[in-house]
Ligand binder design. Sequence first.
Ligand SMILES: Cc1cc2nc3c(=O)[nH]c(=O)nc-3n(C[C@H](O)[C@H](O)[C@H](O)COP(=O)(O)OP(=O)(O)OC[C@H]3O[C@@H](n4cnc5c(N)ncnc54)[C@H](O)[C@@H]3O)c2cc1C
Length: 553
Amino acid sequence: MTRRVLIVGGVAGGASAAARLRRLDERAEIVLFDRGPHVSFANCGLPYYVGDVITDERRLLVASRELFRDRFNIDVQTEHEVTGIDRATQTVRVKDLRAGAEHDEHYDVLVLAPGAAPIRPAARGLDLPGVFVVRTIPDTQRIRAWLEERPRREAVVVGGGFIGLEMAENLVRRGLEVTVLEKLPQVMPPVDPEMAAEIARHLRTEGVQLRLGEGFRDIEPATGDRLAVRTDRDATITTDLVILALGVRPEAALAQAAGLAIGARGGIVVDERMRTSDPKIYAVGDAVEVRDVIIGQEIILPLAGPANRQGRVAAEAIAGRWARFRGVQATAIVSVLDLTVATTGASEKGLRRAGVTDFGAIYLHPGHHAGYYPGATPIHLKLLYSREDGRILGAQAVGQEGIDKRIDVIATMIQMRGTVHDLAEVELCYAPQFGAAKDPINIAGMMAANALRGDMPLADWTQVGRRGAVLLDVREPDEFAHGHLEGAVNLPLSELRRRIDDVPRGREIWVYCAAGQRAYYAQRLLMQLGLDVKNLSGGFTTYTMMREAGLLP
Ligand SMILES: Cc1cc2nc3c(=O)[nH]c(=O)nc-3n(C[C@H](O)[C@H](O)[C@H](O)COP(=O)(O)OP(=O)(O)OC[C@H]3O[C@@H](n4cnc5c(N)ncnc54)[C@H](O)[C@@H]3O)c2cc1C
């Protein structure tokens, strides 16, 4: 018997579900509705179309209506909005947005993949000309038209998350002076503040005005067709263009109106086969809540990879195969004006929010490849692990090169429930232009393993100056003279053995250097003499990041 499978939303999740289902079931009748003019377009490429990195709009169209028809026998109906679901009769109400007519369509199975909509606060001025969100190709066409209509000099991006920063980068590329307004005290909320501080520093160096800890209030028209953005600190920023990038909200209204279960985060509730509370209806992508495998809670994770995988799982389940969605660990990456930040697993603040306390954190700042080969640039890497069993809980990295590789390796390890001992042992490719014989990944694993074994007890950065420990700086005097922790004693590693009697006794010693290596050598030496020594992980480099993030006393 031919089954009728209707799919609402034809981009990452919906298009994946449709194409996979066709590969598994040649007889199913598959109809895909999207209210927009395109299906299967590259949302992730949109900021780069605004920035003119992608110049040909057609390159954003991954697959067309015709391709779906000819290659997969899938009926794609663009500019058709599904406005209601009647579960009793198994029908959806469809509105043809061009003709205005409405009709009902019967389904045997329904897949909801409506995505997430940009958050629009209840504020004045959001509909003024020159105020934009970035979700669809038409959104970017409007922004490009606005930029091309007449010279525009300034832009305000509201929101310092992934999309906000990508838009900031691309507007800078277009020659605009950009201000980013972010309510939180840091950019990039998924990463910890000290890692985000590095991005903030870079943005400011590149001329972006960052206003952190300052929220958006509303927008008023200003002279000409300029706009006045008002902030919650009663400041006004006059500008030519406003991008609203305050995050997204699951498009769950259709599901909610149909009585499907909605979770605490506002997403559609699904099981591990992507089935909603109605077994005839599946849901995938940004609209659903998914289990975070690290903290064991349901979250909203609006990313393309999970949406694609969920579409595939739903298709497998519809075709009667056994498949399950494993959950997410929030692996993500963004590049901002040549600085890359990536994350996988939990952040430290995420762990604390979830009530996890028995974890360790190490920092390292190695070059992205062997130091002797020209062109190495630093990677700032933070690794979080369980102190109970060494399991990797998360990692974040910031730098110019090699960030994706390191975070992807750690992400894979997390998928396999790997430990820091696995990281220490993992065998990675090496030639001097790519990495190091002991790759930063191996070193991160070794450091965390050292901490777990008690070979390298760690001090808590946020307790510097509070615990009454001796701060021992083992860098050379010229480095010390350039800046050091308040109250620190300078005793360079190169003189430590000779001047061992100068080491203060009877108190805990917290040792640090520039990035952690010399401090570790000093720590091992002093610990073997019976001293109580802790390591300030990542040294003065971490200190600088912490201080910039306002985390230190
Ligand atoms: C500017 C931008 C940049 C991004 N960059 C990245 C990135 O670099 N990496 C990454 O992992 N993720 C990125 N994302 C997120 C990623 O695009 C989404 O996670 C992914 O597209 C979600 O897929 P989806 O199928 O759930 O929803 P969507 O891709 O949003 O598709 C949903 C579709 O459903 C349609 N629809 C909704 N309701 C109805 C209805 N009632 N009737 C008919 N049609 C309907 C919508 O018009 C839309 O076309 C980015 C997103 C944006 C907007």
